[in-house]
Write a protein that binds this ligand. Structure first.
Ligand SMILES: [Zn+2]
Ligand SMILES: [Zn+2]
Length: 186
């Protein structure tokens, strides 16, 4: 059977340095072997600002991504530099439509070290890559994993995130491989 490659679009949202989209693209290719296109940026998500929380509603930004056609992308990952929330959590590093098409990665909370000082760029990029791999896992319907040595392990804090590896555990890798097979059926 002819399998078509899975194409993922990476969309910078707001004015971001190109290094972030490139880092996400490189990791999706290197770790998950996905074909990645960096797409033209979308504007700053002012519409998603919640004045009460002084944060941005991840659901509204996902909805805005959903309104764009992105014809060549089976999955779409937006990168933002605003502080994201979902109603039940104080903040999120990223958010994805479970088993769906759109996901988000936020740089905002990844920029700090645990003591509050700015994180070095290498650490910021590694965290960005982890969140992107994690959210991509959700797009292919992977759930949170109990295994700490797995990128699908849930990270509520930067400490958790820094201890999480960039790779999947054996179980999640097998699951993802099957999900890719299903997704690449013509
Ligand atoms: Zn998750
Ligand atoms: Zn796992």
């Amino acid at each position: 059977m002819n399998e078509k490659p899975i194409r993922v679009g990476v969309v910078p949202i707001g004015n971001l340095d190109g290094i972030f989209a490139k880092t996400v693209a490189a990791h999706l290719l290197g770790y998950f072997h996905l074909q990645v296109d960096i797409l033209s940026p979308m504007g700053h998500p002012d519409y998603a600002f919640d004045p009460g929380r002084r944060q941005f509603d991840a659901g509204l930004i996902l909805k805005a991504l959903g309104k764009r056609p992105f014809r060549n992308s089976q999955k779409v990952i937006g990168i933002v530099d605003v502080d994201l929330f979902v109603p039940i959590l104080t903040h999120v590093f990223g958010e994805a439509e479970q088993g769906g098409r759109h996901a988000l990665v936020s740089l905002h909370r990844l920029r700090k070290r645990e003591d509050g000082a700015p994180a070095p760029l290498s650490q910021l990029l590694e965290r960005t890559a982890k969140v992107a791999l994690h959210e991509t896992g959700h797009l292919f319907d992977l759930l949170h994993c109990r295994e700490k040595r797995c990128v699908m392990h849930f990270s509520g804090s930067l400490r958790d995130l820094d201890q999480t590896p960039l790779f999947l555990c054996k179980y999640c890798s097998l699951y993802l491989r099957d999900a890719f097979k299903r997704a690449s059926r013509p």
